[in-house]
Design a binder for this molecule. Sequence first.
Ligand code: B1M
Length: 211
Amino acid sequence: MFDFASISKNLAEGNQPKVRELVQQALDRGLSAKEILDEGLMGGMSIVGEMMERDEIMIPEVLAVAQFMGAVIDEMLKPLLLEEDMNPYGKVVFATVKGDLHDIGKNLVIMMLDGAGFDVIDLGIDVPPKTIVDAIRENNPKMVGLSALLTTTMPMIEKTIDTIQDSGLRDQVKIMVGGAPVDQGFADEVGADGYAPDASSATKLAKGLLN
Ligand code: B1M
């Protein structure tokens, strides 16, 4: 029985060489990349998420852990995940809405979704509704994620959802919304399928919406 908790613990503590060593050990023992991702690395990000909620970790440290996890996935697991055809959750188009330049939170959510096995297409910041509609047509994602950090750009989430609806694409995608001023009431009001307050709950929500 492999000690996945040890991967989680070392990842959360930022012990990068140890995480690489343990991931390699798990691979050498023939464990699947998906198992290592779900049981080991994601467990570490859950610990980090909980520390964030308790204000026990600073944002730069969170970003460093998330970036490192991304690197481990890219370098050590991604080729195997592709071989295992383990992209269980499909494509997600993600954007910070038009008028809004904040992307730290968006990037954090994307990193966690990426780590959890979603194939995320990041459209960036200040993204107009039409660009999002075009991206849905082009990529056929299962979900769209919309982020806004300003009270003045929250209405752009609604405008984007309305544009997706008017384009006849609403039934093809689930829509998740988030960002500091957004809440469940707003999500309900604008017809989103879900709202998540932070990166770790966004991953849980996305899995729930697509399962
Ligand atoms: Co700006 N800014 N900012 N800012 N900025 C805020 C948001 C503000 C609250 C600061 C304040 O006044 N207290 C305020 C908004 C007030 C309001 O609207 N009520 C504000 C303002 C006013 C502005 C400007 C207007 C300032 C000015 O120019 N006068 C300007 C607007 C520019 C624009 O967007 N058009 C502006 C500019 C900037 C910078 C460029 C300097 C910089 C952004 C740099 C960047 O993102 N690359 C910046 C920053 C850094 C902030 C603060 C300080 C930090 C935001 C952040 O990155 N937080 C912010 C104050 C604050 O939040 N304390 C502030 C960390 C990040 C990890 O959290 O983004 O909340 P967050 O993301 C979380 C969750 O919200 C959630 O998960 C993430 C991870 O847990 N989440 C989602 C986010 N998106 C999600 C999507 C999901 C699900 C969950 O599903 C789709």
